[in-house]
Design a protein around this ligand. Sequence first.
Ligand code: CA
Length: 228
Amino acid sequence: MDKIKKILLVEDEAKMRELIRIAFKKENFETYEAVDGKQALNIIKNFHFDIVILDIMLPEIDGWTVCREIRKGSDIPIILLTARGEEFDKLFGFELGADDYIVKPFSPRELVARVKALLRRAENRSVETTSIIDLGDITINTLSREVKVDGKSISFTNKEYELLLFLSTNQNIVFTREQLLLKVWGYDQYGDPRTVDTHIKRIREKLGSKSSCITTIWGVGYKFEVKR
Ligand code: CA
């Protein structure tokens, strides 16, 4: 069975949010909501979604800017919502990296159909390309399990690789040593948290000048952050 798709809906009008939420609930999507651009950017930094539905006229930070900011770090599908009569330049939208747009008022069914089409396209795309995780100066090929730093291939042990992969695919989230033991080693007890420290130490040594992407949060644990 397909896994449940998560939508981030960015829209300041409560009525519109409700309409969209109900339409997607019927289709078994999970909808998360942000009411302004600033909130949207905060949420997207920390959580994974499959698609973003983004209104253009928003308080705090407008949809154009949100779209541009999202594209700096992600190729998640984005569909723009625009009001009729609003000045809307679709070429500008595509230039910023939006995948599609829909003009209000629209039928919720049409929006659902567009979202499904975009998700299908994104899935086809990911079959070809998700093997490479691009972290700027570091790249991880998840098919060959090869890690390159500044274009140079570096060898990692199995657990070092898995720990690096886990952290780098969950960027900007702080994990405790216990959480990492559970996620990477599968220990829910009896694991020694120092195992994590020694692995982090070795990963940092191997990453050399790029080791600062793994930050120690004193008293808590570790997080991964791409510094471009
Ligand atoms: Ca609006």
